[in-house]
Ligand binder design. Structure first.
Ligand SMILES: Nc1ncnc2c1ncn2[C@@H]1O[C@H](COP(=O)(O)OP(=O)(O)O)[C@@H](O)[C@H]1O
Ligand SMILES: N[C@@H](CCC(=O)OP(=O)(O)O)C(=O)O
Length: 378
């Protein structure tokens, strides 16, 4: 069973490879040129076998801290941003010079969440990445840490890598980290922890295995990797979490060897526009919906009508992204609202035929139309 599941890696044509901070910087000691050379060599071989590869590399902050001679990671945002700017130079230089040995160009792509939540910029980013692949270039992606503030951040590169996998419709997201994969509990604190070899992306049981927080250099820990797998699955990508220190890890994965943790999509991929909707990490407000609305949204793919709304929170405007929260407090869906918070509050719990009477005008019968709505509950 597992061998057959792993076979899909042999057939996959486009990979996003994400490398974590501790790995790239040799646990903060400075860029691990030997390992970088090894990943580059493996990526070159993958390309020779017909696989297109995009790299998402962390390590700018960790490398910047090392280069600036700081003894510990600062807390102030402006210092972290300065460190990222310094470290990013080292990162791209290292990848560019290693790929140069094989006559392959790299391209630096720095993104913020803002770039992907704006539909026009999202489409631009997508066509640029696809053009780079068509040109045979290896994009090296990172968050644009120097300008990113909390409001426009992805926050961690696992999430960024999953969104990039969605953007280019990758077949595989390979997350290389400092552990052999996902264990049933954190191997740092439990020496008896066992490696999970396979699972379904989005399975809540996987999240429960991850302890909070990351290593000293990383920012997301295992939880963001498991969540990234669920995100990547939305466009049909499988995810592998594996050790970047494992000999020839990428090539062995390609040969279906059972290393790391393979997390497979459990549902059909969602349409491209809905993936963009799902890529919004921030919402402008929330509406609480009743059990009947949860059911029709999830099971019938219906629009959200005002009648199913019980409570409105936040100060959103028409056209902004809002989250729909079920009676149990869990987010069910998110989408672009046709009405502002004030209007939504006035029409909540009412039939759509009453909107005109309540507001003195009517824009649409739905609070969120189904074309602008994506189910986010696994
Ligand atoms: N269930 C788990 N299995 C494996 N690692 C876990 C688990 N829960 C927490 N972790 C921690 O997650 C860390 C990897 O995350 P992080 O430090 O963010 O890596 P990266 O820099 O590669 O993104 C591991 O070193 C490990 O301590
Ligand atoms: N953009 C940041 C990435 C931080 C981050 O997510 O790190 P990690 O958890 O190691 O992937 C950097 O380059 O330092």
């Amino acid at each position: 069973m597992e061998t057959r599941e792993r076979d899909r890696l042999e057939r996959s044509g486009r990979w996003v490879v994400k490398v974590g901070s501790a790995l790239v910087t040799n646990d903060g000691r400075g860029l691990d040129r030997q390992r970088i050379a090894s990943w580059v060599e493996q990526i070159v071989r993958l390309r020779q076998a017909g696989v297109e590869v995009l790299l998402v590399s962390s390590g700018a902050v960790a490398e910047g801290i090392k280069r600036l001679g700081w003894l510990r990671r600062p807390h102030a945002l402006h210092q972290l941003q300065a460190a990222a700017a310094v470290g990013q130079m080292g990162l791209v230089q290292a990848y560019e010079s290693e790929f140069q040995c094989y006559g392959i160009h790299t391209a630096q792509v720095l993104l913020t969440h803002d770039d992907l939540s704006n539909r026009k910029r999202y489409l631009n980013a997508r066509s640029t990445l696809k053009s780079l692949l068509d040109l045979g270039v290896v994009p090296v992606v990172n968050e644009n840490d120097t300008v990113a503030t909390d409001e426009i951040r992805f926050g961690d590169n696992d999430t960024l890598a999953a969104l990039v996998a969605n953007l280019v419709e990758a077949d595989l997201l390979a997350i290389l980290t400092d552990q052999a994969g996902l264990f049933d509990s954190d191997p740092r604190s439990n020496p008896d922890a066992r490696l999970i070899s396979r699972g379904l992306a989005g399975d809540p049981a996987l999240e429960a295995m991850c302890s909070a927080g990351a290593g000293a250099l990383g920012s997301g820990g295992m939880l963001t990797k498991v969540r990234a797998a669920a995100r990547a699955a939305r466009s049909g990508a499988a995810t592998v979490i594996a050790s970047g220190r494992e000999e020839a890890v990428l090539e062995r994965l390609r040969q279906s060897e059972a290393i790391g943790t393979l997390l497979l999509p459990s549902r059909e991929p969602v349409a491209a526009r809905k993936q963009w909707l799902a890529s919004h990490l921030q919402v402008a407000g929330k509406v609480w919906i009743d059990a009947g609305a949860v059911k029709v949204l999830r099971e019938a793919g219906s629009s959200l009508l005002p009648v199913g709304v019980t409570r409105v929170e936040g100060n959103f405007s028409r056209g902004e992204m809002i989250a729909c929260i079920g009676p149990d407090g869990r987010e069910v869906a998110r989408g672009l609202t046709n009405y502002s918070a004030q209007e939504a509050d006035a029409i909540k719990g009412h039939a759509s035929s009453r909107i005109e009477h309540l507001l003195s005008y009517v824009d649409e019968p739905e609070l969120v139309h189904r074309d602008n709505l994506v189910i986010t509950l696994p």
